[in-house]
Design a protein around this ligand. Structure first.
Ligand SMILES: Nc1ncnc2c1ncn2[C@@H]1O[C@H](COP(=O)(O)OP(=O)(O)OP(=O)(O)O)[C@@H](O)[C@H]1O
Ligand SMILES: [Mg+2]
Length: 234
């Protein structure tokens, strides 16, 4: 049984259908990357999976149970967390406060988890009382990831985690994601930096115009001539 199984997902906004029956799956412990041109529906797919956009047809199952239509809070409680593409931290709150907010559905003691996160991301642990608004783009992205991890998910979904970062910061963020995966968290990410993302992925999907175009293991996709000319700069 796949950890996440989204099948034939049709979704959109208002009268406009954006996804015309998209399917993706993630196995326990896997890293899976979705690539595709701007506007093809990558973010919409992520939002449909986590319940922020309605699923008109098709289904989304997590750990074998249907989650389409469940409230977002119920979905995160089951262990599926999501880091959106933008506005993913509260700038006026400190690092520590952002992590506390991230743990909002937990009723138990979060201090151990907080310490683990500050340890996993030394840039954050260095001065946890700093306001998130004073962090660099890369540090903010790390905070957004740490915040999602406060809920101890089994699947972390990330929408363009390395977008807009310097090459060094991008490597830094992707390195942290590899470490998180080594600790047993499956990752489903959307990435523009397709080469780096596919290199660290077991499998990848290519979406075009709201439909599945190609899928395969990370290396196969990296070596596919169509993919290299379209997404990897030749
Ligand atoms: N809130 C919204 N209301 C109406 N249309 C939207 C909304 N968000 C996205 N769209 C439209 O849905 C389509 C898919 O957008 P989406 O953001 O899912 O693409 P994407 O693949 O994530 O693109 P990008 O690579 O630029 O992030 C686009 O045509 C976009 O204009
Ligand atoms: Mg997007």
């Amino acid at each position: 049984m796949a950890l996440l199984d989204a099948s034939g997902v049709v979704a959109g906004y208002g009268q406009t259908e954006v996804l015309h029956g998209v399917s993706v799956a993630v196995e326990e412990g896997e890293i899976v990357t979705i690539i595709g041109p701007n506007g093809c529906g990558k973010s919409t797919l992520m939002k449909a999976i986590v319940g922020l956009v309605g699923v008109w047809q098709g289904h989304v199952r997590f750990q074998g149970e249907a989650i389409s239509g469940s409230p977002a809070e119920a979905i995160v409680r089951r262990g599926l967390c999501y880091v959106p593409q933008t506005s993913n931290v509260f700038p006026s709150l400190s690092i520590r406060e952002n992590l506390e907010v991230g743990a909002f559905v937990r009723r138990d003691d979060i201090r151990g988890r907080m310490a683990d996160m500050l340890d996993l991301f030394p840039d954050l642990g260095f001065r946890p009382e700093r306001k998130a608004g004073s962090l660099s783009g890369g540090q903010r992205q790390m905070l957004a990831i740490a915040r999602a991890l406060m809920l101890n998910p089994s699947l972390l979904m990330l929408d363009e985690p390395s977008a807009g970062l310097s090459p060094v910061m991008m490597d830094n963020v992707l390195d942290r994601l590899r470490e998180i995966n080594r600790r047993g968290v499956a990752l489903l990410m959307v990435e523009q930096n397709a080469r780096e993302a596919l290199q660290m992925s077991q499998r990848g999907y290519v979406l075009v115009a709201g439909e599945n175009r190609l899928e395969g293991n990370g290396r196969e996709l990296l070596n596919d001539p169509e993919i290299s000319s379209l997404y990897l700069g030749g």
